[in-house]
Design a protein around this ligand. Structure first.
Ligand SMILES: Cc1cc2nc3c(=O)[nH]c(=O)nc-3n(C[C@H](O)[C@H](O)[C@H](O)COP(=O)(O)O)c2cc1C
Length: 365
């Protein structure tokens, strides 16, 4: 098997790899366009994308709309022929406005998680933008597909299945992560394929299933293609890319992190998040964080009166290089990142290890 193309409707990526959206500001126009130029699908983060705008504090909504417009235009300039998407959190307060903005800017696809994006099809009908929900169980995949078909006569253009090894917010309960009661990603992917297959048969439409969470090498990609996935979404592997939009200190924090440095916190989003231990996490653990004194009203479920910290401020500090006082999201395999490389080099390495698995299998025959 050679690394196959990834088809999402009329979009055809040369490589079956979507670079996962990383907020705040970790995957913007530079990283996404570099991935798209190598033949993958590059995803801009739609989480507080306007964090560098002057009016970010005073008019957060407008700043984010402008941020999205700028990043999409920049990425499109850097990759005129690549496939570019945006990741927009369903949990955002101004979700629909951000979606409308991205569609107006003719983004190729919108990937949306942190809640089920039930109304998403109403914003893309008769446009070129494809929509891809992120789910973490067969049950959620069936629910969203059934509801979209019934209400909007629309099937997901693809589905990202995110497992417990992913970075950032996870769609599982902290207690289930702690007691290890969550199924491995491969099993969840198989569940999703089983529940989606009848929709594909009935409506004669392919719904590509994309596996995400802990996928690091070409061999990992091969494992998921072999069980029926059409592609993978990878994020952690791209953080120490030269083209990654985060500050060099953020990349160095990845390079320096050991397995033991990676842990969970409960985020004000209402989900657990996997992060690198640092001064901030130590203060969080000891219940010693400063109280939240101002609020961007960015998240539906966050209450500044009870939130232990402001997730927006914490993520912005980290991406700007204050890696001790900010929050650094990372995937379970983040400790394997050990050097800065270009996106091209990362893809070369992925292709090499994909071929290596082929050779290993051949030598067994
Ligand atoms: C630094 C970082 C930030 C992330 N931010 C987001 C985000 O804003 N929205 C989202 O849906 N997923 C986010 N993710 C998850 C990724 O898009 C991706 O699905 C996941 O990390 C895949 O697992 P991997 O990192 O092991 O490859 C983030 C991941 C990382 C590492």
């Amino acid at each position: 098997m050679n690394l196959p193309k990834l088809k999402i409707g009329n979009l055809v990526a040369k490589l079956p790899v979507i670079q996962g959206g990383m907020g705040i500001g970790v995957s913007l126009s530079k990283l996404s366009s570099a991935v798209a130029n190598e033949g993958g699908i590059g995803i801009i983060s739609g989480a507080q994308t306007g964090f560098r705008e002057k009016n970010f504090r005073t008019d957060n909504n407008r700043a984010n709309v402008n941020g999205i417009i700028k990043e999409i235009k920049k990425a499109r300039n850097l990759s005129p022929n690549g496939i570019l998407g945006i990741n927009i959190l369903k949990a955002s307060n101004n979700y629909f406005e951000l979606v409308k903005t991205a569609v107006k800017e003719k983004i190729d696809l919108i990937i949306s998680g942190a809640g089920l994006p039930i109304k998403l099809p109403s914003f893309v009908k008769n446009t070129k933008t494809k929509i891809v929900p992120i789910i973490s169980s067969g049950r959620a995949a069936k629910l969203i597909t059934k509801v979209w078909k019934k209400r909007y006569d629309y099937l997901p253009d693809a589905i990202v299945v995110e497992g417990k090894k992913a970075g950032g917010h996870l769609g599982f309960k902290k207690k289930d992560l702690d007691n290890n009661s969550i199924k491995p990603l491969k099993e969840i992917v198989k569940d999703v394929i089983n529940v989606i297959n009848p929709f594909e048969q009935k409506h004669n439409q392919k719904i590509p299933i994309i596996a995400a969470g802990g996928i690091y090498t070409g061999e990992d990609i091969k494992d998921f293609l072999e069980i029926g996935a059409s592609g993978v979404q990878m994020a952690t592997r791209f953080v120490a890319a030269e083209e990654c939009d985060a500050d060099i200190e953020f990349k160095k924090a990845y390079i320096n992190a050991t397995k033991e440095d990676i842990c969970f916190i409960e985020s004000p989003v209402g989900m657990p998040g996997r992060v690198i231990k640092n001064h901030f996490v130590e203060k969080y653990t000891n219940n010693n964080l400063d109280s939240v004194d101002s609020c961007y009203k960015c998240l539906k479920r966050c209450n500044p009166k009870t939130a232990l910290f402001c997730i927006t401020d914490a993520l912005i500090k980290a991406v700007n290089g204050d890696t001790e006082n900010g929050l650094i999201f990372i995937g379970e395999n983040g400790y394997r990142v050990n050097k800065i490389s270009t996106v091209k080099e990362i893809f070369e390495d992925i292709k090499k290890s994909f071929d290596l698995k082929k050779e290993k299998l051949n030598s067994l025959i």
